[in-house]
Design a protein. Structure first.
Length: 400
């Protein structure tokens, strides 16, 4: 019989939807997603995107799901108490689930589910992309050092998205044999058709955004917030343009720092185009118009824009605080990793690639090759391997 799996998640996320569809389609699995909250366009805008919007790709199609009643007041922020769904307790008690997969433990509803699983002897699978490279205050580090070893070893399975999140679970006491790789992924297969089509319109895309058709273009994709450090990108393009006239920038997104970036670029004549917010169906065009991605973020648990860019054949340059770095970046092949805040290093990467188009072409091919291993199918199989180990009769086996 198929495994019966419940999934608890805060709200619909564009990157999770294809993963959930893949799980729902697997013959060995019966699954149901329980959402704690349905975010309004205004709430999504306040989360740092800078504009109110709804995602223009199907987030709820192709898998069974339920929106739980959120009794928190106020609702929908990232704070612990603002996701409060008491009904999840009865759902777990009555659902005869083989396991419950919970995305993170930073919200009240997650703990409502975890405690109920422990009381009902239902297997608990917790997925997290947290890592030890995010700066934390001393009181926060001390609190975690006491609290986390009390509950992380109790999880039946810890689902790590990559190397750093695996190290995080180990650091807080998880047994190696209970850590399973369920990597972050984008739907590469679904993207391929759009990538192939848009590649033929690259000249038109560059013209739309007033980009020099002959310059090497670097793209920033994300929220214009302090954590994403968009000004590092602006300053790096400015410096690179001084060294090599054939470098330009494309900035995709919106947020509180957009005006600061635009003012800097305008007053110093930095060759950067700002597209504003692009929805999910439009964002591939940004990658295709560019030649490489730069992610200077100070606190990126993973960085799924890197997956997207590599699926479009774009090498990626990321700071040493970006979680996907150890898993996806091969120096000189799929991109490079630079010290956080090192604008000169970013500018050097930019000018080096602009002067060596053959190397850029090689890196583009290598980036697309590398990301094929981080497929949605691999993420689905990671969940199934975990279920076989913790809910089946076999011996626990680590597949990291």
């Amino acid at each position: 019989m198929p495994y019966n799996l419940a999934i608890v998640s805060t709200h619909p996320i564009q990157y999770h939807a294809p993963w959930f569809r893949g799980l729902a389609a697997h013959p060995d699995l019966k699954m149901h997603v329980y959402y704690c909250h349905k975010a309004t366009p205004e709430e999504q805008g306040r989360a740092g995107f800078g504009v109110a919007f709804d995602w223009d790709v199907p987030l709820l199609r192709g898998y069974p799901h339920t929106f739980l009643r959120n009794v928190a007041n106020p609702v929908g922020s990232s704070r612990f108490a603002r996701f409060d769904n008491p009904e999840i307790k009865n759902i777990i008690r009555q659902g005869q689930f083989d396991a419950v997969l919970i995305n993170g433990w930073h919200y009240k509803s997650a703990w409502q589910a975890i405690w109920t699983c422990w009381q009902s002897k239902v297997k608990v699978m917790v997925r997290s992309d947290s890592h030890l490279h995010t700066p934390r205050s001393l009181p926060m580090r001390l609190a975690k050092s006491f609290a986390y070893p009390c509950f992380i070893p109790r999880f039946d399975a810890c689902l790590a998205v990559g190397q750093w999140s695996r190290e995080y679970f180990l650091h807080y006491g998880a047994s190696p044999e209970r850590i399973f790789l369920v990597q972050h992924a984008v739907d590469i297969n679904a993207m391929e058709g759009d990538v192939d089509h848009l590649r033929s319109t690259r000249a038109e895309l560059r013209q739309r955004w007033s980009l020099d058709p002959h310059a090497t273009t670097f793209v920033f994709v994300g929220k214009f917030t302090e954590t994403k450090r968009p000004m590092d990108f602006v300053r790096a393009v400015s410096e690179a343009a001084k060294r090599d006239a054939a470098v330009q920038g494309l900035m995709v997104g919106d947020g509180p720092l957009r005006n600061v970036c635009e003012d800097f670029a305008r007053t110093r004549h930095v060759p950067i185009t700002f597209t504003g917010f692009l929805n999910q169906s439009q964002i591939i065009g940004g990658y295709i118009a560019a030649d490489a991605l730069v992610l200077p973020s100070a606190g990126e648990t993973w960085g799924l824009v890197v997956n997207e860019a590599m699926a479009c054949g774009r090498p990626c340059f990321v700071s040493d605080r970006v979680g996907c770095g150890p898993d996806l970046i091969e120096a000189g092949r799929t991109g490079a990793i630079f010290p956080l805040g090192d604008v000169d290093a970013i500018a050097s990467f930019m000018t080096g690639l602009a002067r060596d188009p053959c190397h850029l072409a090689l890196m583009s091919a290598e980036a697309r090759r590398k990301i094929q291993k981080h497929s949605m199918q691999a993420a689905v199989e990671g969940v199934l391997q975990c279920l076989y180990a913790i809910a089946g009769s076999g011996t626990l086996v680590c597949n990291c």
